[in-house]
Design a protein around this ligand. Structure first.
Ligand code: OOB
Length: 543
């Protein structure tokens, strides 16, 4: 793979991160092998939906065998493979098999639909796509049929589960293990997805060395060890449940991962009780739901020591309720798939835990809070967060134009978040400068949705903004101007149109408002600020 596809850290920085002991030359494939050698019989993965428990030895062996079968089918080092799996054991079998080959998983979410998957396959020139046949009432085989018809380069579709339809069952792939050249620690391990603020999602190239450092650092901060049992509630492919400290943290430490098939308390609480879960990570809406349900759930949640909450701002009032309701320590997490992750520490005073979003993992995470002209602001002032460090990317994959905008000349990532630093070095997230809606932790790029609405023949112009929602924090509102003379439409027609274009459900606007014109700024540009405040002051009238 050419260097231009994934900008890397300058040599002097790489040297610094190695000599500081952050980058230790580990790889994910080797990590699993070492754990499996040290304690083959210990439980690595519990998949309650299918009643399977895989030991470290079994996971290691499965990864080897699947890797061999994939290699026999032509999947090679550097190839991209779109992985769209729910929280099932095969997720880890597939991902570790790809790590062993040095092929790159592209981490799609189960909610993604034809538009997103087709884009990932085309943009990354993926050779394979891995799905579960049917899950959550949705048939991924139909999605794969539609995608493969349009992306001829996609050579393989593998289906985990009982009925592969026209595709190859994942179960049929494993073969006798073969000797494989181990990827280098500074090779790319996978491509993660950016929440994004542009028309199409950007891909985030992460290396073994940099990601494993964030995992190891997270484990230390969250006190993850071989006794830890991590309940994976959020979609396994997302950066938060994957590495903060997440499933990879638990596996790194020799602990156990329990896969939660559904995020609601009615499924999660019995699992916490049965598997003696010690920690888990949730987005704020789920944390709210769990704290409400805990009081009279009748389940023994006493094993739970730490609840991580992140992905979107957790309100102070809600944060205060966690310990009394669930009897565990709250850790706020403010992270991003591009790198930087902040945690409140387990021994931080309660006030810090409930009022801040934590501080960085690494002493070598550089944080700048700047004004609109990139000038540094004094501590305590609110401004744009820029960051650079040992596990924050230096550029998106294959996106030179984006990179020129999203990174400063000296390599700081422009997070798009508006923050303030407290005198103790903790960050408080105050808002967002990027044109994105954070719908309960799910990120929606306004421009992407606007482009789809604009494709409607009756639409003249569209603007998508976030509006407050008591449960999600924010939801989406689309302001739409219809063409003169176009037939009157109902809001639901726009929603249906967007959905039928094959966009993930969470991106379909919650509310559509037809207007005659958009508010403008002094210089005649459309003012999203005014639209947001209009949205916040409208009483919703639609389902
Ligand atoms: C996590 O990663 P992404 O890539 O889905 O989203 C990153 C963005 C941040 O830039 C920020 O805008 C928002 O999500 N965010 C938060 C937050 N945590 C993330 N905003 C306010 N408060 C928080 N605690 O969301 C992610 C990755 C790793 C760990 C945790 C979350």
């Amino acid at each position: 793979m050419s260097g231009s596809q994934a900008p890397v850290w300058p040599a002097a920085f790489a040297e610094r991160y190695r000599s500081a002991g952050h980058w230790r030359g580990e790889t994910f494939g080797r990590m699993l092998r070492d754990r499996a050698t040290a304690h083959p019989g210990r439980t690595a993965i519990v998949d309650p939906a299918s009643d399977r428990r895989w030991s470290y030895g079994e996971l290691d062996d499965r990864a080897d065998r699947l890797a061999a079968g994939l290699v026999a089918r032509g999947i090679a080092k550097g190839d991209r493979v779109v992985v769209q799996l729910p929280n099932i054991a095969e997720f880890f079998e597939v991902v570790f098999a790809l790590f062993r080959i040095g092929a790159l998983p592209v981490f799609a979410l189960p909610a993604h639909r034809e538009t997103e998957i087709r884009y990932f396959c085309e943009f990354t020139e993926a050779t394979a796509y891995v799905i579960a046949g049917e899950h959550g009432g949705y048939d991924y085989r139909e999605l794969a049929t539609a995608v493969r018809a349009k992306v001829p380069g996609l050579r393989h579709v593998f289906v985990a589960g009982p009925d592969a339809g026209e595709f190859e069952p994942l179960d049929a792939v494993p073969a006798e293990p073969v000797e494989l050249a181990e990827p280098a620690p500074d090779d790319l391990a996978f491509l993660q997805l950016s929440g994004g603020s542009t028309g199409v999602p950007k891909l985030i190239p992460r290396t073994h060395d940099d990601y494993l450092y964030s995992v190891r650092g997270s484990n230390e901060i969250c006190a993850v060890d071989e006794h830890s049992v991590y309940l994976c509630v959020l979609p396994a492919a997302h950066n938060f449940p994957l590495s903060s400290p997440g499933t990879l943290g638990a596996l790194y430490a020799g602990g156990t991962v329990v896969l939660c098939p559904q995020p609601g308390p009615e499924v999660a609480f019995p699992l916490i009780e049965r598997e003696r879960v010690t920690l888990t990570g949730l987005v704020p809406p789920l944390a709210l739901l769990w704290t409400e349900a805990a009081a009279d759930s009748g389940h023994d949640l006493s094993s739970l020591q730490v609840l991580l909450v992140g992905g979107a701002k957790f309100s102070e009032q809600a944060a205060r309720r966690v310990r009394p309701a669930l009897g565990c320590t709250l850790q706020q997490v403010f992270g991003m798939a591009e790198g930087l992750v902040n945690y409140t520490r387990l021994d931080d005073p309660e006030e810090v835990i409930v009022t801040t979003q934590g501080r960085p993992i690494s002493p070598d995470d550089e944080i700048r809070v700047v004004d609109d002209e990139d000038e540094d602001l004094p501590v305590g002032a609110t401004g744009h967060l820029l960051t650079r460090g040992p596990y924050t990317i230096r550029g998106y994959w294959n996106a030179p134009e984006h990179n020129a905008r999203s990174f400063t000349a000296d390599g700081f990532y422009r997070t798009g978040d508006i923050v303030r630093l407290t005198p103790t070095g903790h960050l408080v997230v105050e808002g967002r400068a990027k044109d994105q809606i954070n719908r309960g932790g799910e990120k929606i790029a306004a421009e992407e949705v606007e482009n789809h609405i604009l494709a409607h023949p009756s639409v003249h112009d569209a603007n998508v903004v976030g509006e407050p929602d008591p449960y999600l924090g924010e939801r989406t509102c689309a302001y739409v101007i219809l063409r003169t003379g176009a037939e009157r439409l109902k809001p639901v027609a726009i929603k249906r149109f967007v959905r039928e274009r094959g966009l993930a459900g969470y991106k379909v606007p919650d509310r559509v408002e037809f207007v005659e014109s958009f508010p403008q700024t002094g210089v005649g540009k459309i003012s999203k600020k005014h639209l947001r405040s209009a949205a916040a002051h409208t009483v919703p009238t639609q389902p």
